[in-house]
Structure formats: C-alpha cells, structure tokens
Design a protein around this ligand. Structure first.
Ligand SMILES: [Zn+2]
Length: 431
C-alpha cells in the first residue's frame, strides 16, 4: 500500500488505483484504473454520464520521466453517453481529453516553451516541436476555460500581425492598462474583429474608453459600430512607419536613377519630380545608407552620421525626405497641443515638399486627422502595443513548424497573456 501511494504521488495520478508497475529495462509502464464507484464523466465537458461501451480498449499516456527513465501510464478507458456530446471517451484524472501525455507532462512542456529555446524543449522532453505545439494549445485552452481574459478592459490596442511570409495575418488585441495580450485570432477583417466584440459582449464593449489602432478602415468602422463611445486613436508607430516607408521609396528611386546613370554622368529630374545630382558610383553609397536613414538621430553611429552628411550634400531630395520622416517623429515625441501645432506645420511642409510620396502621405494623415489628434491628446502608451507586437513577431518565428495558427496563438497567449502555465506539483499561478 505504501508503495502504491508513492507511485501515485510520483506519477501525479492520486485519484487512480495502481494495478501494477513493469520495467523492461527501457521504460516504466504503470497500469492504472479509475476508482470503483466513481461517477464516469464526459471527457469533453466533464458532465456525469452513463457508460456507453468499452471504447477502444487499452490506452497509453506518456508521463514525466522518473530520473532518466521514460514513463508510460496504461489504462482501459470506456466511453460514456454524454447528453451533449454523444458517445465520448470518458474523462481520466491524469490527462486532458484527447491527449497522449499526462497533465504533468503537458504542463511542464508549456512552462518550458515560454522560457526556453525550441531545441531545449524538444531535447529535454523528447518530443517533436509539432507535439509541443499541440500540447501548448491544450494547456492554453485549459487556462482559457478558467480565466476571463476580457474582464475589466478599458483601453485596448488593435493590431494585425503577419505570420507565414506575409500571407496570413492574426488580429491581436492588447490591454493598454495591463500591457497583456488579451485576444488573438487568424484573419484581419471586420468579420474577425466582430468575433472579438461578440465574445466581449455589449455591456463590456460599452466600458471601453479608448481603442488605438493602425487606422485601417475595417478596424475604425467595426469599432464605431460596436463601441461607439470609445475614442479611436492612431498608433504613432504605424504613422511613423508610413513615413519610413515613404523615405524608403524615395531612397530606392534615387538609388535606381544613380544606378542606371552612365558612369560619372549626372542627371537632373526624375519620375518623382525631384532634382538631384548623382553619379553612378554613388548608387552603392545610397544603398548602404539605408540604416542611417531609418535610425533615430540620437542612435546614429559616427559613421552613419557621416553618411547622412554625405546625403545632405549629394542628394538634397533624399535628405529632405529624411527630414520629413524625422519631423513626423518629432510630432509624436512632443505630443499634446505642441504636437498638434507641429503636425499642422508638418502638413504644410509635406504639401509643398515636391516629393509625390510625401505629398500623398500628407493627404493620408489629413484623412486620419481625428484619430491622430486623439493619439496626441490621449498619450496612450504606444510603447506597450509596440513591444507586445515585437514579441509576437518573434514568437511567430519560433512557432514556425507548428501545425496551423492555434499553437502560435497559444504560445503568444501563454507568453504574453498574463496567466502563465504552472509547473506540475507547484502552487498554481493562475489568478
Ligand atoms: Zn460532454
């Protein structure tokens, strides 16, 4: 009896009866059965249900290693006739429904996946990365069933994140007040966002005070309908990213012109309506100036600063585009009334800059002026959305090799969503 209770504690199968333990030199196989007299429950919903049949007979689950020896748990699991789910494999206390691993094993893998590298998890636990993906999806679903991630939301950020080489997108929602990721689903359209508001419900949607987003129409329109009282603000990092994109367009055009020019010959004018003087040998220099142009002036190295000086002397247009990008960054740095005033001046400047792409940017900013003004007034922490965004991007790379978007979302939720997976046998950290 004493050894039976030790085995139950070692394996985390307190509610089961140990029938026997075998060791074949490779692995420990522990045969268990459910206690007699206990009510059978549906594996999906946990409702008590009458026995249906024998099911598929003997089943096996991988448990946590004992020392360096692999462990398997074996048991017969009958099916029950659930009033909701029909004939279903009955619940077992040591594993999640449909799992080939015990709860303890699942929990440890999930904990490791949020802390360690892919190789560390797969080698230590002797499972494939795809299996890790399935496990964390199960663990995350388990936490989702217990924790309401959408309670108490007031100020949220909505963003879209690409995964799989830009072909597929996730819509993600971040809580500005707790800096947690609270919701993520595949897709980037009004239909996807409607799912969020359906889950949130009308009462809680009415509690939202601010929604920050990248000014995509589908977001603005959906928020206007589902949470009309919320102030919509533009995410500054998206607005600055527009300017960086424009700057890159100009850089590429100037570079192309310089590249195509006959050796040493200078050109005047271009299809973007610019004036500059560049020789062919300058093409490479422009290409290499990319990072100097993108970086914030305070972060420039001496070498990059010299490149900018060279651009100022050689290509006034590219330099003007650089100053326009920096000007817009300044608007969001000073914020408030001063920021709005700076933005007014910037818009006049953009209108007259004679660089098509920046003229268009000025018009785009005018179209989104209410949301941008709200961003300057409200001063929602842009850093939070941007930092969660950056972390999810890293996770999308780690999650490559998972099957479908669910494990990716699960890994993001377990890492950034607040409630963390807990190690088996420790006090739960779910709050
Ligand atoms: Zn059921």
């Amino acid at each position: 009896m004493r050894s039976a209770s030790l085995w139950r504690a070692l394996l985390g199968v307190e509610k089961a009866v140990i029938e026997g333990v075998d060791f074949d030199g490779q692995a420990v196989v522990v045969r268990v059965r459910a206690r007699r007299g206990g009510r059978r429950r549906c594996g999906v919903c946990g409702r008590a249900a009458p026995r249906y049949d024998q099911g598929r007979g003997r089943r096996r689950w991988r448990g946590l290693d004992l020392g360096s020896v692999e462990v398997f748990i074996e048991a017969d699991v009958p099916r029950v006739d659930c009033p909701v789910h029909g004939p279903t494999v009955s619940q077992v206390p040591w594993a999640r429904h449909g799992a080939g691993h015990t709860r303890g094993f699942d929990d440890q893998v999930a904990w490791l996946a949020t802390k360690c590298s892919k190789t560390a998890v797969t080698e230590l636990m002797r499972v494939s990365w795809r299996t890790v993906g399935n496990i964390i999806a199960r663990v995350c679903a388990d936490i989702d069933a217990r924790v309401d991630r959408l309670s108490g939301l007031r100020r949220i950020g909505i963003d879209e994140i690409s995964y799989r080489k830009g072909q597929k997108f996730l819509t993600v929602i971040v809580d500005h007040d707790t800096s947690r990721l609270v919701w993520a689903r595949p897709g980037r359209d009004a239909k996807t966002l409607d799912q969020f508001f359906d889950q949130l419900g009308e009462d809680r949607a009415a509690q939202l005070t601010h929604v920050s987003a990248d000014t995509a129409n589908w977001i603005t329109q959906t928020v206007t309908v589902r949470a009309p009282q919320a102030i919509i603000t533009a995410d500054p990092f998206h607005v600055i990213a527009w300017a960086t994109q424009c700057l890159d367009d100009v850089r590429r055009q100037v570079w192309n012109q310089a590249r195509k020019a006959p050796g040493g010959q200078t050109l005047a004018g271009s299809r973007v309506g610019l004036r500059y003087n560049l020789s062919k040998g300058d093409a490479q220099k422009i290409q290499r100036s990319r990072y100097a142009l993108w970086k914030n002036p305070e972060d420039l190295t001496v070498n990059q600063r010299a490149k900018l000086d060279w651009i100022a002397a050689t290509s006034p247009v590219l330099h003007r585009a650089y100053l326009l990008k920096e000007g817009l960054r300044w608007v969001f740095k000073v914020k408030g009334a001063e920021g709005k005033q700076a933005l007014d001046q910037w818009l006049v400047w953009a209108q007259r800059c004679r660089i098509d792409t920046f003229i268009e940017l000025g018009q785009k900013i005018r179209r989104h002026l209410p949301a941008i003004h709200a961003a300057l007034d409200e001063q929602l922490s842009n850093a939070i959305v941007e930092s969660v965004n950056t972390k999810i991007r890293l996770i999308t790379r780690v999650a490559f090799g998972f099957h479908g978007p669910e494990p990716l979302i699960a890994l993001a939720m377990l890492s950034l969503g607040g409630p963390k997976p807990s190690l088996p046998g420790r006090t739960s950290t779910h709050t």
